[in-house]
Design a protein around this ligand. Structure first.
Ligand code: NIG
Ligand code: FE
Length: 417
């Protein structure tokens, strides 16, 4: 099938000028084509440019193309949400209310709520129920313009349930139009019955879970919650190195609540990304810049936990490639709206409109090792394209708190209209 998107006010191409994630001023170069067209054949982009030029260059394609009129609209790559805890049982609105009444996130978790509460619910929920619920969530992501989602396990903390979560993600990758990229996060919390002998759980993750994840090819990435009272930097290093030895790329929840040298650890182990970084140290940020570690910033979590925002502006200025994501999960960030998170990044992390677009497309794609396939509109890339009901990209954040998604084309098929 051939599709020609025509007459767009602006096509935000984010065309590659460099291989790899964008840093510093590259993050502001979103490569706009005004009054532009995008030609799609099957699941690939054939060309992006002026309609008159495409007619000359590709007359045969254009004769048979289905026309999509983008007059008055902005066209851009499908959004990439590179950090979510997508598959989980239950909700935790009662904890939200407790936090509004003065409890802290870690207090609730240490009292058996938080991740432990969701672990209980996820263990109790059947594969079919989880699949159905997550399918509905993916529909909401898609309606907000998100065409690829990373999904972490970590609400099982036993092999059976971790496997169930990863298999739900795998089945959704096969059946839902949103692409789902899996991360194993067995080290998301220490189960309560391992209290006092936490290292035994670390060994369980390393000796039993990781080998099975690798053998069954259930995930590409291996993540750990490196946080005071959860996993120490030393335990985190062991878990990430063990994953590396099995072919899983390290990611790390770092410096989210207390400074714990998580950013430094990410740089040291060669993690593809460090996530959260609300209280990352100056030194950690420097080391990430030198190592090229992508900072995946999650301002929805700071917003919802009423915590200080990560220093996104400083990180970009220091040369760290920055991506932004929802962190969608039932505790610290229960939103499926990446557009809302983009707004928070502008308002609370000092990022520019252009940087935020880079951070949710090409840099987010690189954070899940998909930079060569998605995240920009260029010939030969996967045809993941969205049409937005705004006259120019600046209006995306100006008209805030709204969903501007008009049409979603995923893999060359119109899936939202
Ligand atoms: O990224 N910090 C750890 N994990 C999640 C929250 C998980 C939960 O509260 O259920 C996060 O914020
Ligand atoms: Fe997270």
């Amino acid at each position: 099938m051939t599709i020609l998107i025509k007459n767009a006010n602006e096509v935000i191409t984010l065309k590659d000028h460099v291989q790899g994630p964008r840093t510093k001023e590259q993050m502001r170069d979103i490569a706009i084509v005004e009054n532009g067209s995008v030609l799609i054949e099957d699941n690939r982009i054939v060309a992006v440019g002026a309609f008159e030029q495409l007619v000359v260059d590709f007359p045969d394609f254009i004769k048979n193309a289905e026309l999509v009129d983008a007059a008055g609209k902005v066209v851009m790559p499908g959004l990439v949400d590179c950090h979510t805890h997508l598959v989980h049982g239950g909700t935790r609105e009662q904890e939200f209310n407790m936090r509004l009444n003065g409890s802290t996130y870690m207090e609730i978790m240490n009292a058996g709520g938080g991740i432990h509460a969701t672990t209980k619910r996820t263990r109790e929920t059947s594969f079919e129920q989880l699949y159905k619920k997550t399918m509905q969530h993916l529909d909401v992501f898609l309606k907000h313009g998100v065409t690829t989602v990373e999904a972490k396990s970590g609400y099982g903390l036993d092999w059976e349930t971790e496997k169930k979560q990863l298999e739900v993600a795998k089945k959704l990758q096969e059946t839902h139009s949103v692409d789902v990229v899996s991360t194993f996060m067995g080290a998301h919390a220490v189960p309560r019955d391992y209290k006092g002998h936490e290292d035994d759980f670390v060994e369980l993750v390393i000796q039993e879970m990781l080998p099975k994840v690798a053998e069954l090819e259930l995930a590409e990435f291996n993540d750990v919650f490196c946080e005071k009272g959860v996993f120490t930097p030393e335990q985190s290093r062991r878990i990430l190195e063990a994953g590396k030895a099995r072919g899983l790329t390290p990611k790390i929840h770092a410096d989210e609540i207390e400074p714990y040298k998580g950013a430094e650890l990410a740089a040291e182990v060669g993690a593809i990304s460090a996530e959260h970084l609300l209280v990352a140290s100056d030194e950690g940020i420097q080391q990430m810049a030198e190592a090229g570690t992508i900072a995946v910033l999650l301002p929805g979590t700071a917003f919802f936990l009423r915590a200080p925002f990560a220093r996104g502006r400083l990180m970009i200025d220091e040369g760290v490639p920055v991506a932004i994501s929802t962190d969608f999960n039932p505790g610290s960030s229960p939103t499926m709206s990446l557009p809302f998170i983009m707004n928070l990044a502008c308002m609370h992390m000092g990022m520019t409109l252009e940087e935020v677009l880079t951070a949710t497309t090409i840099n987010a794609a690189y954070a899940i090792n998909r930079g060569a396939q998605i995240g920009s509109l260029e010939a030969d890339k996967q045809a993941d394209v969205i049409l937005l009901d705004v006259a120019n990209y600046k209006q995306l954040q100006y008209f805030y708190g709204m969903n501007h998604t008009n049409t979603v084309i995923k893999n060359g098929r119109i899936v939202v209209q």
